[in-house]
Design a protein around this ligand. Structure first.
Ligand code: ACM
Ligand code: ZN
Length: 752
């Protein structure tokens, strides 16, 4: 709290001064910021004097300030108005930044710290300084001192360049934006079923065959029938491109971790070199999305291939880490392959999961000999593994928890909070996305340390990462739209101390920050003025509240179906709901609507607002509406199971008890289940409903649609309804997520 007061006081003072300077917006928030009332003028002819160790950071500072630099050897330090000094008392990425009457002083103990400080200076400069060709001009700055360091040492952003391929200039822009937000790892997903994207001389068919696909899927993966665009698509980065990108990242203190996804996700490799697969399959570079059964066969020539390709490409990547994928390796070919089955017997392995471990362990040993450590997706834990690998936990935080408890390092990137390919708004006009729902606030509230870890275990959680899968993102603008502003929220989730976070404060800073994004020509999504609605949990009878992410916004609303005008009622307290109601609302500034129209239909029924208990509780990633979401008169989105109306359960059997308060004549109960198997979501196979004094009625469920409707006749008086829903069970091996438990997503329980 103290910190926010300081920051707010600082901003207020700053805005109150006569100045042509924009108020500084520090994102991600610094650990300690103290503003003072006086100001310092950084003259346009000032020079940045730097310690030799910080030459690269000084170079960046000169770009951001448009000032020239002078090494400490050449300058008399005391004359300087801008100094970048080495201070061995500071560790890692820590830095101090002081603006005093005499000038600016930055101190850091390492080049990484100096790099992060340079980004803070960038944020203190007017946004116009971001423009290419702009010249130094005098800048007035408030006196201040900043003491800053990250909460986590691993702050990553990922980009998939296999599903779609992006030009070098865009990769550099992405890395520059990462640097601005103090991220320090670029996880570059370079290979997948849909294309191999690294130049190689030793295996030329990886490029001539594996880097191109015949055509690409049009529309959503779930659309039937599937249609294709008929256009050859592909490309790869030359070694010179990769050197340029890695160098660009290094100059900004960002480590590039390449991912070579094996043994699954290998259609592109096997299209080029089928001999590294099991038997004689005829793979092609994939033209659609999803998971394929193409898998490398653990035979000597495959390991020789991997050894040779790693020898060729790893010198391009100075990182100590290589990401070897390991996700979604479908085992059906291994089950049928005589070599694989022979190996299982010879190595005394229990099954194909242990064969996967055998594979990963061999690759891990191979890379260790080359001086590299491996990172793999959570699946590499299956079947056991040595402790040297780091786990990237994506299906939830569970993989990371298992790793940490076993003394292995982990990076948290759960789909629920870190998958920026999910929808970020409930608006129907959003560009086509894979599915799911991950609004900005949920990203902001991401905490990579789950409650079940003690302090010692938590130390194995290195940090977190945002993932940008690009099945539905075919241009740089589309990538930017999904990444921004969510990666800004993630930067603060990972950099800033958890106990100081406040979403409204963040949203207000973000609103200011948009000016910088505009100058940087970032195509960000803008949902800050969007109105959100929810039932008020503190009211005795059902009452609906409206809010926005930004503070102090004027919301006007109607309940008669009309679009609100500047004369409509102002929202000040929860709106009581007793019958079917349509709430429409808009944010107004000076009598002009500035938001999109908010519209919520509430359909009351016998169960509306009544008591409901669910056992077990919904998964914490999909419980934002709470149990009451089942009886609030609001249906879930037809596209996004992650909204606050759908409740999600992972592999569990549910039992739900509804108490209508008194014996009530009930005709029927109806509900809906989400059913997008590509995303591991399955409607259950049956539902059982029991009214007072009756035996349960078990109704089988057959629907194949994206949303499966279920209606159960009751036709009697009852106070209680007891509902049992067995989970679907384990996903079949040939499907996406095969071998994992299926998710159940349930919507409103409508009682008539
Ligand atoms: C993943 O999303 N398959 C790691
Ligand atoms: Zn095989």
């Amino acid at each position: 709290m103290k910190y926010f007061l300081k920051l707010l006081i600082g901003l207020t003072l700053f805005q109150g001064c006569e100045s042509n300077v924009d108020p500084p917006v520090i994102l991600p928030a610094a650990a300690e910021v103290m503003f003072k009332t006086d100001r310092f003028t950084l003259e346009s002819d000032a020079r940045i004097v730097y310690d030799e160790a910080f030459e690269q950071a000084a170079f960046l500072l000169s770009q951001y300030t448009h000032l020239s630099t002078l090494s400490q050897n050449e300058a008399a330090a005391k004359e300087t108005a801008f100094a970048l000094r080495l201070d061995n008392a500071l560790k890692g990425e820590q830095y101090r930044l002081d603006i005093r009457d005499q000038g600016i002083e930055i101190k850091a103990g390492t080049l990484s710290g100096a790099f992060r400080a340079a980004q803070t200076i960038r944020l203190l400069m007017p946004v116009s300084f971001e423009e290419e060709g702009s010249k130094a001009q005098s800048v007035e700055l408030p006196l201040m001192s900043i003491s800053d360091e990250p909460r986590f040492g691993y702050r990553g952003m990922h980009l998939d360049v296999s599903r779609h391929f992006f030009p070098v200039a865009f990769i550099k822009k992405y890395i520059d934006l990462m640097a601005l937000l103090k991220f320090n790892v670029f996880h570059w997903h370079l290979t997948d079923d849909q294309g191999w994207r690294i130049e190689t001389d030793k295996f030329p068919k990886l490029n001539t065959v594996g880097s191109f696909r015949k055509e690409s899927l049009v529309g959503h993966y779930n659309d039937q029938p599937a249609t294709y665009d008929g256009k050859r698509y592909g490309g790869y980065y030359s070694k010179a491109d990769i050197r340029e990108i890695v160098g660009f990242a290094q100059e900004r203190g960002i480590e590039v971790i390449p991912e070579i996804d094996i043994p699954g996700h290998s259609s592109a490799i096997l299209a080029a070199y089928p001999e590294f697969g099991c038997d004689n399959y005829n793979d092609t570079v994939a033209t659609t999305w999803g998971v394929f059964d193409a898998i490398l066969c653990p035979k000597p020539e495959t390991f020789e291939f991997l050894d040779a390709i790693f020898d060729e490409i790893l010198p391009l990547f100075p990182s100590n880490y290589v990401h070897i994928g390991g996700d979604e390796a479908v085992k059906t070919r291994w089950q049928k392959c005589s070599h694989c089955q022979g190996l299982i017997e010879q190595q005394d392995l229990k099954n194909e999961y242990e064969l996967q471990s055998y594979f990963v362990q061999k690759v891990s040993d191979m890379l260790e000999n080359k001086g590299k450590l491996i990172i793999g997706w959570g699946e590499i834990l299956e079947g056991g593994l040595s402790a040297k690998a780091s786990i990237m936990s994506w299906r939830g935080v569970e993989g990371g928890v298992t790793a940490a408890k076993a003394g292995m390092n982990a990076i948290m990137t759960p789909t629920s909070h870190c998958y920026f390919d999910y929808y970020q708004s409930e608006k129907e006009s959003e560009p086509l996305a894979i599915g799911g729902f991950l609004p900005l606030q949920k990203v902001y509230e991401f905490n990579p340390i789950p409650d079940e870890l003690n302090e010692k275990e938590a130390a194995y959680i290195l940090g977190g990462q945002g993932n940008v899968w690009t099945e539905y993102l075919d241009t740089p603008q589309a990538v930017e739209y999904m990444a921004f502003p969510r990666m800004i929220a993630l930067s603060e989730a990972l950099w800033s101390q958890n106990n100081r976070k406040n979403f409204k404060n963040f949203a207000n800073r973000l609103e200011q920050f948009k000016k910088r994004l505009d100058v940087l020509e970032v195509n960000y999504a803008n949902h800050l003025y969007e109105i959100k609605g929810a039932f008020d949990e503190t009211s005795d009878s059902p009452s609906y509240t409206l809010s926005t992410s930004l503070e102090n916004q004027l919301i006007r609303f109607t309940t008669d179906g009309a679009v609100p005008t500047a004369k409509s009622m102002v929202f000040t307290e929860p709106i009581p709901v007793k019958q079917n109601t349509i709430i429409k609302a808009l944010v107004f500034q000076n009598d002009v609507a500035v938001s999109d129209l908010f519209e919520q239909r509430i359909e009351t029924h016998l169960g509306f607002g009544k008591l409901v208990t669910i056992s077990p509780s919904p998964n914490t990633s999909y419980d934002s509406g709470g149990p009451q979401a089942l009886l609030n008169g609001i249906g879930g989105s037809n596209k996004r199971f992650g909204d606050s109306e759908w409740l999600g359960f992972w592999g569990e059997d549910l039992s739900i008890l509804i108490d209508l308060g008194e014996a009530t004549q009930v005709q029927r109960l109806s509900t809906r289940f989400f059913n997008t198997n590509g995303q591991w979501v399955y409607a259950p196979k049956s539902i059982s409903v029991q009214a007072d004094g009756q035996t349960p009625i078990i109704t089988p469920i057959h629907g194949k649609e994206t949303i499966v409707d279920v209606q159960i006749p009751i036709n009697q008086k009852t106070r209680y309804l007891k509902i049992m829903i067995p989970g679907y069970g384990i996903i079949p091996e040939h499907m996406q997520g095969g071998g994992n438990p299926a998710w159940t997503f349930i919507d409103e329980l409508k009682i008539e």
